[in-house]
Design a protein around this ligand. Structure first.
Ligand code: ATP
Length: 564
């Protein structure tokens, strides 16, 4: 039975300000391989994630065998078990202590009897030519290729009716790709496959249908043969021709009658051999260049928030200027003793926030949440008063001082505003620019022989790693949710997912740190080699405007402090 996608729209956020997928209607048949193709950013992965029930903020529905995946905002868990999604680089999904643990985790949601679990594990291991002895090994000691095979085996072990694969050929060598294709060809005799890919040369020849995506919409739903006879579709949607098509086009241009249905380099070669051997006169060149495309409706560009919007000047502003403005405003904020000044500073923070790209604003919102929770708890506990004197009735022992709570709130709010503005600057500045900026700002400390370069590096790394930690945490939570078939409704991170992915998350972060340190060593950081640090300059019109506005805010803050 097919999967039907009906009017599916995926919004970028809860406020529904932009869309990632736009009113998608399509059907994929079981026992077939359907390719999802489109240039980078066209929405392929989001479509796969929606089929696997992993997207939030959606409109429309996905039907498995005519049954809706979402019912009144909740996911039908039984339907979730009908598909399994392999993210790009599936080896990054591994997180158990042993390979056996990986299988246990992937199969747990299916509640199978133990003998059946063992059978499926053994079959999947065999399918990937993996010896049974690997089951007791840690997946982290395996080579990259072995990890990939273990990951694919754990994905296939549940033997779900649907296999959803995101870029499965990325990073595979020739023989591994050939094996994967063989396996998929076998798989589709019994089950359905939806596969998002850029590797058309590999998968078009074995696919049954193709969904062509552009700007979050399915703009054509056709067979591979139809696509081969209308290669301009690939050009129009920015994907580009496959290697076989390029060869065929060149041969046609050279005057050879290559028919448009030759799908693979081998078929082009076969046709060529035949035509050359028996080619008596002038070939009939059939150009495909101007053929009207079948069923292709160019997509309207997505609504603004989903497209990469134009970056504001804050992203290109001199980092040293940013640090100076930051210090100026921070001093102004720290000096405040009344709410009046803090409101003015909040206005400045809001101005800075408005300059961020929507995706960075979302990141900042996520980063601020724990801080706000901490503030709320700290304010509440600071207001609690307990009396221990004798003879006081127990009902009067506990009180709440609004005054102390308000004072704590004011102090923490000062800290919150400084952090908020700092995060705006962090999110809009690259690590190397941030480090350079800090070095200039800390220059006066050099006179007292303070290690300003190391200080600058440490500060910028800490700030840079906050977004990285958040992104990695969300990525692992999504993987844990997909593999464990969790249906927690709010946000990508559920409490039950946390213990599962903590270790791989830490490993991944350590790897990121190691790579960063290596890259920095190669660039001469930390080896003591002198770095050229340019002077602070407010170059553009907007840079000067920013300095002016910040200075005005600073003097307003000072004025408020003095008048208070
Ligand atoms: N949570 C989100 N908020 C805002 N925009 C998003 C979000 N998730 C994805 N996008 C944007 O939606 C678009 C589609 O993303 P998606 O990952 O589905 O594309 P894709 O076709 O799979 O790309 P690629 O081929 O590069 O993997 C991209 O422009 C991406 O930046």
């Amino acid at each position: 039975m097919p999967i039907k996608v009906s009017g599916l729209t995926v919004f970028t956020d809860h406020g529904r300000t932009g869309t990632i997928l736009n009113n998608i209607h399509c059907t994929v048949q079981d026992r077939t391989m359907t390719l999802v193709i489109g240039k980078a950013g066209s929405g392929k992965s989001t479509l796969l994630r929606s089929l696997a029930g992993l997207t939030e903020n959606i409109e429309g529905n996905v039907f498995y065998d005519d049954l809706p995946l979402w019912k009144q905002g909740r996911i039908d868990r039984q339907l979730l078990l009908r598909s399994v999604l392999a993210f790009q680089f599936p080896e990054h999904q591994l997180f158990a202590r042993t390979v056996q643990g990986e299988f246990d985790y992937s199969l747990r949601a299916y509640r199978l009897p133990k003998p059946e679990k063992l059978r499926r594990t053994a079959a999947a291991m065999e399918g990937q030519r993996l010896p049974a002895s690997y089951l007791s090994l840690s997946p982290f000691i395996l080579s990259g290729g072995q990890k990939r095979r273990v990951a694919l085996a754990t994905i296939m072990a549940p033997e779900t009716p649907w296999l959803l694969l995101d870029e499965p050929s990325a990073g595979l060598d020739g023989s591994s790709l050939a094996r994967l294709k063989e396996e998929l060809a076998q798989w589709k005799r019994r089950r359905g496959i939806v596969l998002a890919t850029h590797d058309l040369d590999a998968f078009l020849p074995i696919a049954d249908r193709v969904l062509l995506m552009e700007h979050g919409q399915v703009v054509a739903d056709l067979t591979p043969k139809e696509l081969y006879t209308n290669p301009q579709l690939l050009v129009q949607t920015g994907i580009g021709l496959t290697d076989a098509m390029k060869v065929a086009e060149s041969l046609r241009e050279a005057g050879l009658p290559i028919p448009s249905g030759a799908l693979t380099p081998q078929q082009v070669a076969g046709t060529l051999a035949r035509e050359i051997c028996g080619m008596p006169q002038q070939p009939q060149v059939r150009s495909t260049q101007n053929t009207p495309p079948t069923g292709y409706q160019p997509a309207q560009p997505r609504s603004q928030a989903a497209d990469r919007p134009v970056k504001s000047f804050i992203y290109s502003m001199d980092a040293k200027l940013k640090w100076m403005i930051y210090m100026l405003i921070s001093v102004g904020i720290i000096l405040q003793q009344q709410w009046k000044g803090l409101w003015v500073a909040l206005l400045f923070a809001a101005l800075c926030l408005s300059l961020l790209l929507p995706e960075d604003r979302r990141k900042l919102k996520r980063m601020s949440k724990p801080l706000l929770w901490f503030m709320a708890i700290a304010v509440l506990t600071s207001g609690i008063q307990i009396s221990f004197g004798q003879g006081i009735p127990w009902t009067d022992r506990l009180g709440f001082s609004v005054e102390s709570a308000r004072e704590t709130l004011r102090r923490l709010f000062t800290f919150f505003e400084i952090t908020l503005i700092g995060l705006v600057f962090t999110l809009s500045t690259s690590t190397s620019h941030m480090k350079q900026g800090l070095e200039i700002a800390l220059r006066p400390l050099k006179r007292i022989k303070a290690p300003t370069e190391m200080l600058a590096l440490a500060a910028s790394l800490v700030l840079r790693f906050i977004p990285l930690i958040i992104e990695e945490t969300e990525r692992f939570a999504m993987i844990a949710k997909a593999r464990g078939k969790r249906t927690s409704r709010r946000g990508p991170i559920g409490m039950r997912e946390i213990p599962v992915f903590v270790i791989p998350l830490l490993i991944s972060l350590f790897q990121a740190v190691e790579e960063l340190i290596l890259a920095m060593e190669m660039k001469g950081y930390m080896t003591g080699s002198p770095q050229h640090v340019p002077a602070v300059k407010a170059e553009g019109r907007w840079d000067k405007m920013a300095v002016l506005i910040s200075t005005i805010f600073f003097f307003i803050l000072i004025g408020i402090r003095l008048s208070g």
